[in-house]
Design a protein around this ligand. Structure first.
Ligand SMILES: Cc1cc2nc3c(=O)[nH]c(=O)nc-3n(C[C@H](O)[C@H](O)[C@H](O)COP(=O)(O)OP(=O)(O)OC[C@H]3O[C@@H](n4cnc5c(N)ncnc54)[C@H](O)[C@@H]3O)c2cc1C
Ligand code: FES
Length: 269
């Protein structure tokens, strides 16, 4: 009988330092064609442990998956010791991610806080390469300060094609841009001056950021069913067996991490 939680070994292709505490790992992954935007994998190290990490980007053609990992504890500390050529045991992909079909031919707004950009990056890159799949895309990114801005080269590239607001909580942003929380910039977005029909809003970030950002869009008049959130709930098995991720009757590992705000508003702790 097949053991569904047995990881398989994959080769680390590259490790790039993005910030002091966040590294980007590219891992050889021939099964990349099975990944959907916003899904996660369980990364593990023998005798250390396992942790869920979102696939931040992937290539079906070249057979790799990328992970933006923040060094916060036991497993991630050890993963940070890996170098190109080392083995990263992984299993997955898991969860229900962002369903591209729901955003096709729509006006898409994406608001992220900090490393919340990671789970949505693959979808942004897909739309960057296939802009005709949506009516428009507007991006609102918030970071703590200029040194915490992630994927700087891609951010500059996306800005050339799409309406973008990048804000930092304090100090001076990239190119002296906006300062202030993501929520403060919502009324000034281009979408706020347009009709809300055909609009879909995706919000990814820390729980409090998602809560108050969603409330701000609702205050503007965006229907709750047009808002999507992605949750980083604590997990263990990722296959609906252990109950670690359960909130009431909802198993976040199976039914999430992406939820409509209609359900998701009850899941914010
Ligand atoms: C669906 C999903 C996607 C995720 N995607 C990413 C990602 O793309 N990049 C990334 O860096 N991290 C991501 N995480 C969070 C990541 O799983 C945790 O940071 C990791 O499990 C920490 O493991 P550790 O052993 O290094 O830390 P531990 O030693 O277990 O804990 C260190 C600290 O982190 C806290 N912590 C542990 N797990 C979580 C968690 N799931 N959420 C919030 N706080 C936690 C602990 O309370 C403790 O304060 C994701 C989590 C989920 C559920
Ligand atoms: S993580 Fe085990 S049931 Fe969801």
């Amino acid at each position: 009988m097949q053991n569904i939680i047995m990881p398989k070994p994959y080769k680390v292709l590259s490790v790039i330092k993005m910030t002091e505490i966040e590294y980007l790992f590219r891992v050889e992954y021939p099964e990349a064609k099975n990944i959907q935007f916003g899904q996660f994998m369980q990364l593990s190290l023998p005798k250390v442990g396992e942790c869920p990490i979102s696939v931040t980007d992937f290539s079906k053609e070249e057979g790799w998956a990328e992970f933006l990992i923040r060094k916060v504890g036991i497993v991630t500390d050890e993963i940070f010791k890996l170098e190109a050529g080392d083995i990263m045991p992984m299993r997955g992909p898991y969860g229900k991610g962002f369903d591209l079909e729901k955003y096709k031919d729509k006006k898409l707004v994406i608001a992220t806080g900090g490393s919340g950009l990671a789970p949505i990056r693959s979808l942004i890159n897909h739309i960057y390469n296939n802009p005709k799949e949506v009516k428009s895309m507007e991006l609102l990114f918030g970071f703590k300060d200029a040194t915490s801005v992630l994927f700087k080269d891609e951010v500059q590239k996306w800005r050339e094609k799409f309406q973008m607001t990048l804000t930092v909580d304090k100090g001076c942003g990239l190119d002296g841009e906006c300062v202030g929380l993501v929520t403060e910039h919502i009324p000034g977005l281009k979408m706020a001056k347009e009709k809300f029909e055909d609009l879909e809003v995706i919000i990814v970030g820390p729980p409090m950021m998602m809560k108050f950002t969603a409330l701000e869009f609702v205050k503007l008049g965006v229907p709750e069913k047009a808002i999507w959130l992605s949750f980083e709930r604590k997990m263990s098995c990722a296959v609906g067996k252990c109950g670690h991720c359960r909130i009431d009757e909802t198993y976040v590992c199976l039914e999430g991490p992406v939820f409509s705000y209609v359900e998701g508003k009850y899941l914010v702790d």
